[in-house]
Design a protein around this ligand. Structure first.
Ligand SMILES: Nc1nc2c(ncn2[C@@H]2O[C@H](COP(=O)(O)OP(=O)(O)O)[C@@H](O)[C@H]2O)c(=O)[nH]1
Ligand SMILES: [Mg+2]
Length: 267
C-alpha cells in the first residue's frame, strides 16, 4: 500500500513562522552577515527563531564568539539561539535541530553566504501560498546561477542533476543545493539516514518519493569569501549511493515508526 496520501495529509495547512537553521564551523563575518541579512529581508513575525548550529569541538573559537555575540545582541525579534549538534557532520548538525525547532517550517541554509539570505523572504512568501510544500532554491533556473564556479564543476553538476532528476522523474533542476524550506512535521516524519553532505540530496529525493509537492525558486550561488568547505571532491561520489538507496527503498521504510496507538504503549 502506498504511504503517499498519509504523508501529504499530515503536512501543515498554514505557515505560522520559520525556524532558520544556520550551520557554522569556521565562519565569522559571513555568519554575522547571514543573520543580519535574514533580519533585513524577512518580516520579524515570519521568523520563529534563528538557530545557529555549532559543532562542540570543530567550530572555531572565532565562529563561536560571533555566534555568542549575535545571541547577546538579539532583541528577541526573532530569538537567536545556539544549538550544539548531537550528531556529527553537516547533515548531523541539521538533523540535531529537527526536534528543537519551534516554527511550523524550517529553512536549511549555510553560514558561508553560499545560500543568499535574500532568498529566504521569497521562500517564506511561497510557503504561505503552499504550506504543505517543500520550497527549494535552484541555481539552474532563470534568475539563479553560479558565480565563480569552475567550468568543469558546472558541467559535472549539470550532468549529475540530470541523472538524478531522470531517476526520480522530476523536473526540479537542483537536487543538491543545501538551501530549502520544509514543513517541520515532514522533517519529523522522515527517518533520515545521511550525516554528511549527501543529506542535502536526501532532503530533496525522500520528499519526492513521498509525493510531497515542491515549489522551486531561483537563487544565486557565489563562493564563500571565508574559511574552507567541509566537503571533498571524492565525497561527491557518495551521492550516488544515497540516490540508489532512496530510489529503490520501500516508501514506508523512509518514514519513522509511527507512534504506538493509545493503550498499546504501556505494557
Ligand atoms: N555545525 C556544523 N556545520 C557544518 C559542518 N560541516 C559543514 N557545516 C556548515 O554547513 C554549511 C555547508 O557546508 P560547506 O562545508 O560550506 O559545504 P559546501 O558548501 O557543500 O562546500 C557551511 O555553513 C558549513 O560551515 C558540521 O560538521 N557542523
Ligand atoms: Mg558552502
Amino acid at each position: 500500500m502506498s504511504d503517499r496520501p498519509s504523508v501529504v495529509a499530515r503536512l501543515p495547512g498554514a505557515f505560522t513562522g520559520a525556524s532558520v537553521l544556520v550551520a557554522a564551523v569556521n565562519e565569522t563575518f559571513s555568519l554575522r552577515e547571514t543573520v543580519e541579512e535574514l533580519r533585513r529581508f524577512c518580516r520579524p513575525e515570519d521568523l520563529a527563531e534563528i538557530l545557529i548550529l555549532l559543532h562542540p569541538d570543530r567550530t572555531t573559537p572565532g565562529c563561536r564568539e560571533t555566534a555568542e555575540a549575535l545571541v547577546s545582541e538579539s532583541d528577541g525579534r526573532p530569538p537567536v539561539r545556539i544549538l550544539y549538534q548531537a550528531l556529527p557532520f553537516a547533515g548531523g548538525a541539521y538533523r540535531s535541530a529537527i526536534p528543537e525547532a519551534k516554527g511550523s517550517h524550517c529553512v536549511m541554509m549555510s553560514a558561508d553566504l553560499e545560500t543568499p539570505p535574500e532568498a529566504v523572504g521569497r521562500m517564506i512568501a511561497e510557503s504561505k501560498r503552499a504550506p504543505g510544500a517543500v520550497v527549494t532554491a535552484s541555481r539552474w533556473m532563470a534568475g539563479g546561477g553560479f558565480s565563480g564556479y569552475s567550468r568543469v564543476k558546472i558541467v559535472c553538476n549539470a550532468i549529475f542533476q540530470k541523472l538524478i532528476a531522470a531517476m526520480f522523474l522530476t523536473r526540479l533542476s537542483d537536487l543538491t543545493y543545501a538551501f530549502r524550506l520544509f514543513p517541520t512535521d515532514l522533517l519529523r516524519m522522515v527517518d533520515w539516514r545521511e550525516l554528511r553532505h549527501p543529506f542535502f540530496l536526501e532532503t530533496s529525493i525522500v520528499p519526492l518519493r513521498l509525493g510531497v509537492p515542491f515549489v522551486q525558486i531561483p537563487a544565486n550561488w557565489r563562493p564563500r569569501a571565508e574559511g574552507e568547505s567541509q566537503n571533498t571532491f571524492l565525497a561527491n561520489f557518495r551521492y550516488f549511493r544515497t540516490a540508489f538507496r532512496v530510489r529503490f527503498a520501500r516508501r514506508s521504510s523512509l518514514l519513522r515508526e509511527p507512534p504506538a496507538p493509545p493503550g498499546k504503549a504501556a505494557d
